[in-house]
Design a protein around this ligand. Structure first.
Ligand code: 5GP
Ligand code: ZN
Length: 112
C-alpha cells in the first residue's frame, strides 16, 4: 500500500538498518524501543492486522523468523517477549501487521 510506512520500509523506500530481510519478511529496530532489544518483524505483504490473516503460513513467517532472530542473538536463555498489537483497542498504531520482539528487561509478573 503506497501510503503505508511499513510497506515503504519493507520496500527499502525509507532507510532503516535491517536485522534481517528477504522477499517475504523484514526485521528492523523499533524507532522508539521499549526494551534494550526491540525489533519489529513484519511480512513484506501489506496485511492490515492479525485479524485479517487468512493464510496461517503468515504466522510461521513472522513468529518463526522472530524465534530464529532471538536465537541468533543468544536470547533463548534470558528469554524474550513476542507481542502483536491488533486493532485500535489492541494498541496497534501502524496498520501493517507486525510482531514486536522484546528482550533485555524483566517482563515477568508482577512487573518490577
Ligand atoms: P504498534 O503500536 O502498531 O504495535 O507498534 C508500532 C511500532 O512501530 C511502535 O513501537 C513504533 O515505535 C514503531 N514505528 C513507527 N514508525 C516507525 C518507523 O518509521 N521506523 C521504525 N523503525 N519504527 C517505527
Ligand atoms: Zn503496509
Amino acid at each position: 500500500m503506497s501510503d503505508c510506512v511499513f510497506c515503504k520500509i519493507a520496500k527499502g523506500e525509507i532507510p532503516v538498518d535491517f536485522v534481517y530481510r528477504d522477499d517475504a519478511v523484514v526485521v528492523f529496530r523499533d524507532a522508539s524501543p521499549q526494551a534494550p532489544t526491540h525489533l519489529l518483524v513484519l511480512p513484506v505483504q501489506h496485511i492490515v492486522s492479525a485479524a485479517e490473516v487468512n493464510d496461517p503460513s503468515v504466522w510461521t513467517l513472522i513468529m518463526g523468523r522472530a524465534v530464529e532472530i532471538a536465537r541468533g542473538l543468544g536470547l533463548e536463555k534470558e528469554g524474550f517477549r513476542m507481542v502483536i498489537n491488533t486493532g485500535v483497542q489492541g494498541g496497534q498504531t501502524v496498520p501493517h501487521l507486525h510482531l514486536h520482539l522484546l528482550s533485555g528487561r524483566n517482563f515477568g509478573w508482577p512487573p518490577g
